[in-house]
Design a protein around this ligand. Structure first.
Ligand SMILES: NC(=O)c1ccc[n+]([C@@H]2O[C@H](COP(=O)([O-])OP(=O)(O)OC[C@H]3O[C@@H](n4cnc5c(N)ncnc54)[C@H](OP(=O)(O)O)[C@@H]3O)[C@@H](O)[C@H]2O)c1
Length: 287
């Protein structure tokens, strides 16, 4: 590594550590009794977030499509210490369901302190073969429902000085093969909620927005897609979930998990050809 490269690398590490060390301290007690709505909570990272909130003694409403699974997750939340646990079966591709879920959560909890938008619809991990309808549908699930729910909940969050957490991805900041529909929805989320962060700050709003950028996480859905295809390391869903919760509770505007996604994001634009080479060669693909 040349001297300049070493200086740049060291500066990035120092900047990163400075941001980490100056982050506000997390007070677990602040979540006792907190009114929380988590989407996509029947499995994966959403399910793990529901359990963490439960252990912190929060009141949770969880949602996804599969009612039976949600019921089991809600029961486990109660056994882990949730003050209240409700579930609402809803399909985020349906135009009225995002509003319905927020209304039910507000009614059950009498307000809202945390809205965690996390759900994603299933999408193939393959080269794009022209399925425009799928992208249209996925945009409804992964993007339009997010902005609909955020808008519906904004007044309640304003009243409670609450937090809105958006679970996004490194694939919302940089492109990669095989995920065109998914990455489009995540770029859209980052663009929209990044803008909303500015606008709420300029209005001196009480609501904080945290945009959470995740790398590869070991959920069943993700691992089923990438097993044997990439050597990128996968990080534990329960740890990702806890980091998202802490980011929201401490009202930080962004999270990069695992930590090196921050460096990857910073360095991705230094050289198009090097970045493209690394990305394209991180997959086992034989044409
Ligand atoms: N895992 C990773 O490697 C990774 C990496 C970066 C970012 N992320 C982000 O982390 C979040 C969670 O990912 P994950 O891996 O935990 O996902 P997951 O395991 O696939 O879970 C997706 C959740 O969304 C729900 N869902 C799917 N379609 C829905 C619909 N039409 N309406 C309502 N709910 C629906 C699913 O439940 P039902 O089937 O019951 O509806 C499930 O609860 C996502 O925002 C994802 O982009 C994940």
């Amino acid at each position: 590594m040349g001297t300049l490269a070493k200086i740049v690398f060291a500066s990035i590490c120092v900047a990163f550590l400075a941001v980490k060390w100056t982050a506000p301290r997390f007070d677990a007690e602040s979540l006792r009794g907190a009114r929380v709505l988590v989407t996509g909570a029947s499995t994966g990272i959403g399910e793990q977030m529901a359990y963490h909130y439960a252990r912190f003694g929060a009141q949770v409403v969880i949602t996804a499509r599969r009612e039976k699974v949600l019921q089991q997750v809600a029961e486990k939340c109660l056994s882990l210490g949730a003050q209240k646990a409700f579930y609402v079966a809803a399909d985020m591709a349906n135009e009225s369901d995002p509003d319905k879920v927020v209304d039910i959560a507000l009614e059950k909890l009498g307000g809202l302190d945390y809205l965690v938008l996390n759900h994603i619809g299933p999408s193939p991990f393959s080269m794009w073969e022209g399925d425009v309808e799928h992208i249209r549908w996925l945009m409804k699930v992964n993007f339009f429902s997010y902005i609909q729910m955020a808008w519906k909940a904004l007044a309640a969050l304003e009243q409670s000085k609450g937090s809105l957490m958006i679970v996004s991805s490194l694939l919302g900041k940089m492109t990669s093969p095989f995920v065109a529909p998914y990455t489009s929805t995540k770029f859209a989320l980052n663009g929209f909620f990044g803008t909303l962060q500015h606008e709420l700050a300029m209005r001196k709003s009480n609501v904080s927005i945290s945009i959470c950028t995740l790398g590869l996480i070991d959920t069943e859905a993700a691992m089923d897609k990438v097993r044997g295809v990439t050597k990128v390391p996968a990080y534990p869903a329960t740890d990702a979930a806890l980091n998202i919760i802490i980011t929201g509770a401490t009202r930080q505007p962004e999270l990069f998990y695992p930590w090196f996604t921050y460096i990857v994001n910073l360095s991705k634009d230094w050289s198009f050809s090097i970045t493209s080479y690394i990305i394209q060669n991180s997959y086992n693909y034989i044409p």
